[in-house]
Design a protein around this ligand. Structure first.
Ligand SMILES: Nc1ncnc2c1ncn2[C@@H]1O[C@H](COP(=O)(O)OP(=O)(O)OP(=O)(O)O)[C@@H](O)[C@H]1O
Ligand SMILES: [Mg+2]
Length: 353
């Protein structure tokens, strides 16, 4: 309910209908009226008190003073830290008197910009991360070019070695650019439901065949098992292949040499909280596992438990972010379970076609 000094019931009702916090102060900066949203969201709930008692924010108070003394509108950003951190754009405008001459006070309207600010921050972090990831292989390549032009000019053995490293670094940059493009392509049509029907056995066979060389290089044995009759899933075959390529590649990379990577598929009655039936596909490794506090963050872009190790394996830290985005588009789920020291289990559930 609005609390206001000398407001009519109708005025009170109008203020309360405004979904954003509204505070009215007089020209002594005392609160004259507040609506329900102001009490609930920004903790300014009492009329008759000095504004500074409930809005302890110097920048906001200075802006209100400016409005009161100069009769101009001002807009500033105010961050409240409790109960959770939220940021508001506060617009303060002079309150015109009934005769329209002098200002009687100010009207403050608070617009919640928390999610906009968060999205801006995420974009900025993403650009900073991507630039950093591109810059390190690039500096390595530039360094080797200099060495090849100077000290190693006439050293055939060094030349061959440096060219190898340069090729590796260039391959890393290529993979990063491809992963970034792939992420933005998936995001661009995230609201377009995928067309098509995918046969699970064929899908898993195609992916494991492509990764056979990689598995052999690390002495990892891969197996695919279909428990009972598994229905086809609804989806885009190439994108789903990308999901399982990423998961199985991780299992091979982060598994231990001379162990097994097991892929199993089974029918399930429901996918997530939905009532749709589907298929659960599990990729299980016998690697060193993942500590519980890392698990919720694995699907963040560029998040890696051990960045040095991931880079050495040619990883960019985008694999699981791509998996998550593809699964969102497919209304699928990813769940991760791990026993430190024993291995990890990544389970994907997808709705049946
Ligand atoms: N099966 C696994 N066992 C242990 N750790 C894993 C496993 N899968 C993923 N991780 C951890 O999660 C991190 C993120 O995985 P993700 O696939 O997103 O990136 P990446 O493998 O480092 O690089 P990319 O997949 O882009 O080549 C990895 O760096 C690794 O630390
Ligand atoms: Mg990966």
């Amino acid at each position: 309910m609005t609390i206001g000094l000398g407001l009519s019931q109708r005025e009170t009702g109008i203020l309360d209908s405004i979904p954003e916090p509204v505070v009215i102060v007089d020209n002594q900066r005392a609160v004259v009226a507040v609506n329900t949203a102001a009490g609930r969201e920004i903790g300014v709930g009492y009329a008759g008190r000095a504004l500074a008692l409930s809005l302890r924010h110097p920048v906001a108070l200075a802006a209100v003073d400016d409005v009161l003394s100069r009769g101009v509108s001002r807009s500033v950003e105010v961050t409240f830290r409790t109960p959770t951190q939220r940021t508001y754009a506060m617009l303060a405008a002079p309150l015109q008197s009934a005769t329209g001459t002098a200002s009687e006070g100010a009207v403050l309207v608070f617009h919640d910009v928390t999610s906009e600010r968060r999205a801006q921050q995420m974009r900025a972090d993403f650009v900073a991360n991507a630039s950093h990831e591109l810059r390190s292989p690039l500096s390595a390549i530039v360094g080797f070019i200099e060495t090849l032009r100077g000290p190693a000019k006439d050293d055939a053995a060094a030349r061959a070695r440096f060219l190898d490293v340069m090729a590796q670094e260039a391959a890393r940059m290529t993979k990063l650019v491809e992963d970034l493009l792939s992420l933005s392509a998936i995001e661009a049509d995230k609201h377009v439901a995928p067309q098509g029907k995918v046969e699970v056995a064929r899908l898993l066979q195609r992916v494991t065949e492509a990764l056979q060389g990689r598995a052999e290089a690390r002495s990892v044995r891969m197996s695919v098992e279909l428990r009972d009759a598994v229905p086809d899933v609804a989806g885009d075959a190439d994108q789903l292949a990308q999901v399982f390529r990423n998961l199985i590649e991780n299992a091979i990379n982060y598994g231990r040499p001379d162990t097994d990577v097991r892929v199993t598929a089974r029918a399930v009655d429901r996918v997530g909280e939905t009532t749709r039936s589907g298929v659960a596909i599990t990729v299980e490794d016998e690697g060193e596992g993942i500590a519980p506090d890392h698990i919720p963050r694995l699907t963040e872009r560029f998040y890696r438990v051990d960045p040095g190790r991931s880079r050495k394996l040619g990883g960019t830290g985008l694999g699981l972010a791509i998996v998550k985005h593809i699964l969102n588009r497919h209304r699928g789920r990813l769940s991760i379970a791990s026993d430190v020291g024993r291995g990890s289990r990544f389970t994907v559930t997808l709705p049946a076609a």
